[in-house]
Design a protein around this ligand. Structure first.
Ligand code: NAD
Ligand code: IPM
Ligand code: MN
Length: 373
């Protein structure tokens, strides 16, 4: 019996998680697996009702789970960052989920205006997930001398920054500090190059902006060099701006990309567009030795929430990634195959794919395919 914490979250989160849960129930029955679920009401409603974003006690309860499945965080009624940083990022950091794994695959039968029909798009993003410009260190200061005492506390290290800013004019200044540690870069590179080796991928693309952010991505590049030598897998360095261009012009050239946190966030939305839309893109926040958390790449989509229009495929494929990580490779493959077959038929398309299929009907179609094979 494996224990799964479920955080449906905000907007379309609960709608897509419901379908992912149904697919998990179907695959559990088929493969004779058993999971115990517990739902956690983290998100905008809970915050607006109680003033609490994420209680320490909730984190303690989640620490006893084998895995976590999450819908989305964020709501227009709540100031940007409160839920995203206070719940989602806090969980990623607390559980030291230092890898954000985001496969970009264009399945047959998926309409994709960006890439066109029949393209062979299949790349994996390994996004760094606990450092970079996401560390949350920053401040706003006004004229005069201001001291900011900022601290970064991670499982593996603590760093304190005492930043004094002397602003000479009547103006306001904001700064945010990006951080990359050698250890943080190394473990991501180890993961990426090992994954490449395991999957017979002969070239890893290391993405950065080392021509401008020379310090942070200097460390990043050294770590990539070392991992390339260590695992005997070739690497290329590419600047993030050029990667954006090549992803649109020639996406087939990429097999595995390893990216810093912020660039990975942006490029994987572009990746989602290449795979037919945000509604189809899955992800996993992975701690290889701890508790991982799976969620679609998309957010709470307030523009379509509550209307049964959301595409549940990204959430369902995230559940497939979860199965793989929990050691149920056949169940993972079953789910992916059921999604593939559903999409291939061309009969089931949610509105984002230009069709009329509802969230629930899409879930039904996937469950049916799963049961049949
Ligand atoms: P979004 O991903 O929620 O939506 C972007 C666009 O994609 C919208 O037009 C939306 O309708 C569409 N879309 C997204 N998912 C879809 C699906 N499953 N099916 C069909 N269409 C889908 O991004 P946003 O609008 O920038 O952000 C909305 C909120 O979500 C914000 O509060 C943001 O901070 C948050 N957010 C959370 C996560 C997360 O929880 N991991 C990710 C991204 C954004
Ligand atoms: C994502 C989201 C998050 C991120 C936000 C909501 C913190 O955009 O999962 O892609 O930037 O990682
Ligand atoms: Mn994002």
């Amino acid at each position: 019996m494996q224990k799964i914490g479920v955080i449906p979250g905000d907007g379309i989160g609960p709608e897509v998680i419901k379908e992912a849960r149904r697919v998990l129930d179907a695959v559990a029955e088929k493969r004779n697996l058993s999971f115990e679920y517990e739902e956690f009401p983290i998100g905008a409603n809970h915050y607006l009702d109680t003033g609490e974003v994420l209680a320490d006690e909730t984190i303690q309860r989640l620490s006893r789970k084998d895995s976590i499945l999450l819908g989305a965080m964020g709501d227009p009624r709540v100031k940007p960052g409160i839920l995203e940083k206070g719940a989602l990022l806090r969980l990623r950091f607390h559980f030291d989920q230092y890898i954000n794994l985001r496969p970009v695959k264009l399945y047959e039968g998926v309409p994709c205006p960006l890439a066109g029909e029949g393209r062979r798009i299949d790349m994996m993003f390994v996004r760094e997930n606990t450092e970079d410009f996401y560390v949350g260190l920053g401040s706003r200061v006004k004229k005069g001398l201001s001291m900011s005492s900022l601290s970064l506390i991670r499982k593996t290290y603590e760093a304190k920054f005492d930043v004094g800013v002397d602003l000479t004019d009547e103006d306001e200044l904001a700064f945010q500090i990006g951080v990359i540690t050698k250890h943080g870069a190394k473990r991501v590179m180890d993961y990426a190059f090992q994954l490449a080796k395991k999957n017979g991928i002969d070239l890893v693309t290391a993405v950065d902006k080392a021509n401008v952010l020379t310090e942070m991505y200097g460390i990043w590049r050294e770590a990539a060099e070392e991992a390339s030598t260590k695992y005997g897998v070739a690497k290329e360095f590419q600047y993030v701006d050029a990667v954006a261009l090549h992803m649109v012009r020639n996406p087939e050239r990429f097999k595995l990309l390893v990216t810093p946190n912020l660039f990975g966030d942006i490029l994987t939305d572009l990746g989602a567009a290449l795979q037919g839309g945000l509604g189809l893109a899955p992800s996993g926040n992975i701690n290889p030795a701890g508790i991982s958390m799976f969620e679609p790449v998309h957010g709470s989509a307030p523009d379509i929430a509550g209307r049964g229009m959301a595409n549940p495929v990204g959430a369902v494929l995230s559940a497939s990634l979860m199965m793989e990580t929990l050691g149920h490779e056949e169940a993972a493959a079953d789910i992916e195959r059921a999604v593939k077959d559903t999409l291939k038929s061309g009969r089931f398309r949610t509105p984002d794919m230009g069709g009329k299929t509802s969230t629930h009907a899409m879930g039904d179609a996937i469950v049916e395919k799963l049961k049949r094979k």
